[in-house]
Ligand binder design. Structure first.
Ligand code: ADP
Length: 484
């Protein structure tokens, strides 16, 4: 069992109080590195989730909105408490997710960055007087909070994902009901312990529920007091949320699956491309929606690039994220492990060759540590090319021409992140413009940052997180006479 000063309470949080969940069923949270139970937390029932929604709605202030100065204080307060507690939050995150401790602590810093960005840019939400006078009237646009919001997060960034959503919601003055993934609720509980102990937020402004996704999801979709849902997770669940909120026409912000292309042209700095790929692909053991999922390498440089990559992969250490010197932790659960193994098996059966890693039949069956793996000769009929692998499998596919590779990269229903490596700036511009992806990196494998709007085209989602656009997701523009 996990011990932590930030986990004195292991329950939900409603209307400024820890929820009494003694009568609720509980579920176990595991350490994926050891398979041991870290904690048991309550599966909150429908009545509790409804109470959380009503408490959030009760703290919504429309006629006397929370002033921007007060919201800035909240944002700076969350930023500062995250920073001050990065070590312990990172340790909890490492234990329940499995990612290496330095990476977990880096995620806490990343999370703090979103609160910092919103605090510094809050004035973007000041009312805006129109210069023109349509119909002979003076108008001002106000950015009103959209209302009480439901924030649903996945397990792959237990603090990063909620930071993107909650920072923007607080900036906009929106109360929230938060549901963490059942694999990683402890980091969220720890965050709430800090909010409760250290920040005097208005009761009801932030509420925490956990338990069965269907029970919570149904209430967040159907309760009229929830004005908007912000969700990060699979496209499959995203589609369910679209369908379940259609009746009430709720506002949605969805960050869904990806199938990121990583394109290496023949004139690229191959060392840098390999270095960036390792950093991009093996973060979180490959379990992020911006991890390269199809690596297109020009035929002329395939041998050299493959060798550079395998050299680097051979030097990587897989193990318990708490240990020093570990580069990759375990996968989150058996289903995640089995999927990567299935993709590897399918690719090898269809003609790919293994450059680094182990053959599927040699993989361990009693733990979740999947070795970093590189295959080449990947083609469009393979599962690893069509589906998001969400694991440390690097599939290399050859190409010859610019148009061909743009077409291939776009040949997916997803459109989240893409990366282009070339020394030719003109070509990079052309390719970026042709790629139907919300984020395109040039000679870098870095993903989202607090300052830049990030989100998907096509089936990768609706809306943006980060940047000013991220804050504007949580407001409704209202046009009223000047002076109001
Ligand atoms: P992943 O594959 O990353 O687990 P999911 O889309 O299954 O992605 O889950 C992401 C988040 O959505 C988790 O918090 C999960 O519990 C939640 N979730 C899953 N199904 C539903 C649902 N029907 N309604 C609301 N939330 C859901």
């Amino acid at each position: 069992m996990i011990e932590s000063p930030l986990l004195q309470q292991r329950t939900g949080y409603i209307n400024g109080h820890w929820a009494d969940t003694t009568d609720c069923d509980t579920f176990a949270v595991f350490n994926p590195a050891t398979g041991k139970v870290l904690a048991r937390v309550p599966a909150m029932n429908a009545a509790m989730v409804t109470r959380a929604v009503e408490s959030a709605h009760g703290s919504l202030r429309l006629t006397q909105p929370y002033p921007l100065s007060e919201r800035r204080r909240w944002l700076e307060g969350v930023r500062d408490t995250l920073t001050a507690n990065r070590d312990e939050l990172g340790r909890i995150l490492c234990l329940e997710h499995g990612k290496p401790l330095p990476e977990a602590r880096g995620e806490v810093d990343y999370a703090a960055g979103f609160f910092d960005f919103c605090a510094r840019n809050l004035d973007a939400l000041q009312p805006r007087a129109l210069d023109e006078r349509p119909k002979n009237c003076d108008w001002t646009v106000h950015y009103r909070p959209v209302g009480a919001v439901g924030l649903i997060t996945p397990w792959n960034f237990p603090i990063g994902m909620i930071a993107k959503k909650l920072s923007a919601a607080l900036a906009a003055g929106c109360p929230a009901v938060i549901k963490p993934a059942s694999e990683t609720p402890l980091t969220m509980i720890a965050l709430f312990s800090l909010l409760h102990e250290q920040l005097a937020l208005p009761p009801g402004l932030v509420n925490l529920v956990m338990g069965k996704a269907r029970v919570i999801g149904t209430i967040l979709c159907q309760h009229p007091d929830v004005a908007m849902l912000s969700f990060t997770g699979s496209t499959e669940v995203g589609r369910t949320l679209i369908a379940d909120t259609a009746e009430q026409v709720k506002k949605l912000s969805l960050e869904l699956g990806g199938n990121a292309p990583y394109i290496v042209f023949e004139d690229a700095d191959l060392e840098a491309a390999a270095e960036n790929l390792v950093a991009n692909k093996f973060r979180g053991s490959g379990q992020t929606c911006v991890c390269a999922n199809r690596v297109f390498v020009h035929h002329r440089v395939m041998d050299r690039f493959g060798a550079l990559l395998t050299d680097r992969v051979a030097a990587m250490t897989v193990g318990d994220g708490l240990r020093d010197g570990v580069d990759l932790g375990p996968l989150i659960n058996q289903a995640g492990y089995d999927k990567v193994q299935r993709h590897l098996q399918d690719a090898l059966e269809k003609g790919a060759t293994l450059l680094a890693g182990q053959r599927p039949e040699d993989l361990s069956t009693d733990n979740l540590f999947f070795p970093p793996t590189v295959i080449r000769g990947v083609t469009a009929d393979m599962d690893c090319y069509r589906e998001e692998t969400f694991g440390p499998l690097v599939p290399l596919a050859g190409f010859d021409g610019e148009e061909e590779v743009v077409r291939a990269a776009n040949d997916t229903e997803f459109g989240l992140a893409a990366y282009v490596f070339t020394a030719d700036a003109e070509r990079a511009r052309r390719v970026a413009a042709g790629l139907r992806f919300g984020h395109v990196g040039w000679n870098t494998g870095t993903g989202p940052t607090p300052e830049a709007p990030f989100g998907g085209m096509k089936a990768s989602g609706i809306g943006r997180e980060g940047g000013l656009e991220g804050m504007f997701e949580f407001v409704e523009a209202q046009t009223v006479p000047r002076g109001f």
